[in-house]
Design a protein around this ligand. Sequence first.
Ligand code: HEC
Length: 191
Amino acid sequence: MKNECWILSISALAATLMLVGCGPKGDEPNVEIIQGMMDQPAMKAQRYDDFFPDHSSARVPPSNTIPVGFSPYRFPTDPEAAAKESKNPYQGDMSPEVLLTGLKFFNTNCQTCHGVKGDGNGKIRQNGSFPMPIPSLLSEKVRKWEDGSVYHVITMGQGMMGSYASHIPQKYRWQVVNYIRKLQQNAQENH
Ligand code: HEC
């Protein structure tokens, strides 16, 4: 009985070694446990692609097309039109949903420079690593701006400040504008 057990485990081990050891080739996996996951029709990034003449799997979108759910920004070079014509769909909405979304994106992207309170006194200003003064967002100037102008700066940047369009999706940008309005209100109440 004891001997049989021994033989059984040796053969189990041998079978496993055979499975693991006899793979197809190169970087291909030997044992495909979940086959559908390994063998997908989708191309992997940077892989050779038989289909296209340049054999690159990374494709540029066809010209004159836009991704589903994305609308191109209408005023990339016209801040004045942005001020006049962009409408904030959440104008004046200070509900927790709007403000918490704004807070999340503001604290992730803006407070390093403009400060958690928006007073322009972020860490980067404090440690002097930015080559120019960073403006306060609580200033008379920004208070008087239309919401569309703040949206414009987030989307296109301004001077030394780069664009945050790729960091903050379109559908969350107005919430950041409202959050800045809230910071401005807070600052006024504390005066
Ligand atoms: C790397 C530092 C930095 C970050 C991060 C940053 N900004 Fe700025 N921001 C600046 C500087 C510098 C200016 C002034 C640029 C100029 O006019 O040349 C500025 C200008 C502005 C202005 C115009 C203020 C004025 O008085 O003209 C607004 C509004 C603004 N930023 C909002 C934001 C928002 C919202 C975010 C986050 C999405 C953000 N900034 C992220 C550095 C930064």
